[in-house]
Design a protein around this ligand. Structure first.
Ligand code: PLP
Length: 387
């Protein structure tokens, strides 16, 4: 009997420690962790630099509140701004909070320029932006919103990567177009660069803000720091979380100066957001990702992984329908039952996680080694051969 509520279907494995790409279970088994806490453990488990940063800060100061200056946060905000489109940053603690803040900022921006009627947010039908009330209604998913009415209004929906559908949903009231640059939870669905460029053009023409949710695909996961960099589009607001904390709860909203001007004292806040412990962790993650060759290695490993998965797909067309992905955000769409397939991978000591559309989601740490990818490929092939 567990005293934890039943809102998760948990696998019957617990872990006593982790190192690099591996997790060691309580019953002494060694697993290859290719879900990384859902795109969170950017540098794998027990990274020495992260441990050092956290230990060192834990002896200085844990928490002071945002009514004081937090120097570690100034440093991290500067690093994020220097490396991206952004001029300003607000720190929060999670992806859902980052998205909530992004929605608030878009609305407040139009309010601040005398156009308060521009307050609707245009999202993708059946997307994923987190579990708060606004975000579940932004997702437009029946499953996530069922039983949680009354509906939070102000969200419209278009079909994935469908420009015609998108254009038909834009009105004078549209404040922002809001979607994941590459969709994780919804089945590893990657927009074409052409689509992203067209959306940006529409945003400019119609004076609409572009919010790109990079909570999962950001922070190097795509092989670039942000996935939008492939299309060379400039967003106005980018919520992040997951990978930037490397396992420590941390989220943020990045934005242009133009947009950020509306966020004056009192408009938004978070008790823990930008806490010194989280900030020193974020600083290490940034330094590691921007070390020479780090992102190139992510792209090289991705290319290798995807190519080898395609070979397995060709050998087992009855099992695998499609290989999807960008960077180390990889999906195997199955022709067979998803849960059973993931259980078989787990039995063979490879940890993965499900996504929508019958997809196995594979998210290795970004510093994964090629020989670890080879172990995963062997296990995937072995499980396919059992069908
Ligand atoms: C995980 C995720 C969220 C929610 O993040 P939480 O930290 O769980 O609140 C939001 N958007 C996307 C794209 C995500 O993958």
């Amino acid at each position: 009997m567990s005293y934890l509520a039943n809102n998760y279907k948990r696998r019957k494995i617990g872990f006593k420690k982790g190192k690099g790409s591996f997790l060691y279970s309580l019953d002494g088994k060694k697993y290859l962790d290719f879900l990384s806490g859902i795109a969170v453990n950017t540098l794998g488990h027990s990274n020495p630099r992260l441990i050092k940063a956290l230990n060192s800060q834990s002896k200085k100061v844990w928490h002071v509140s945002n009514s004081f200056e937090i120097p570690e946060g100034e440093i991290l905000a500067k690093k994020l701004a220097k490396r991206t489109f952004a001029d300003k940053v607000i720190f929060v603690n999670s992806g859902a909070e980052a998205n909530e803040a992004a929605i608030k900022i878009a609305r407040r921006y139009f309010y601040s320029i005398g156009k308060p009627y521009k307050n609707r947010i245009l999202c993708i039908k059946n997307s994923f932006h987190g579990r708060t009330l606004a975000n579940i209604f932004a997702s437009g998913s029946k499953k996530m919103t069922e039983g949680f009415g009354p509906k939070v209004s102000g969200f419209d929906h278009f079909k994935f990567s469908d420009l015609k559908s998108l254009k038909s949903k834009i009105t004078k009231k549209t404040a922002a177009i809001f979607f994941e640059t590459a969709m994780g939870e919804s089945g590893i669905k990657v927009h074409s660069n052409k689509f992203l460029k067209e959306v940006k053009k529409i945003c400019i023409k119609k004076k609409i803000l572009l919010i790109l949710d990079e909570v999962q695909c950001g922070i190097g996961r795509s092989g670039k720091f942000f996935a939008y960099e492939y299309a060379k589009v400039k967003p106005d607001i980018v919520p992040i979380a997951k990978g930037i904390g490397g396992g420590f709860p941390l989220g943020a909203v990045l934005m242009t100066k133009k947009v950020s001007n509306c966020m004056v004292p009192g408009t938004h806040g978070s008790t823990y957001g930008g806490n010194p412990l989280a900030m020193v962790i974020g600083n290490v993650i940034m330094d590691e990702i921007f070390k020479k060759g780090f992102l190139k290695k992510v792209r090289d490993n991705s290319e290798y992984f995807l190519k080898e998965l395609e070979k397995i797909k060709i050998n087992y067309p009855k099992v695998i329908k499609q290989i999807r992905g960008i960077g180390l955000l990889i999906g195997i769409q199955l022709n067979v039952e998803l849960g059973a397939f993931i259980n078989k991978l787990t039995k063979n000591k490879l940890l993965t996680i499900r996504a929508a559309e019958n997809v196995v989601r594979i998210l290795p740490p970004l510093n994964v080694k090629k020989k670890e990818i080879d172990i995963a490929l062997k296990i995937i092939e072995k499980v396919c051969s059992g069908y």
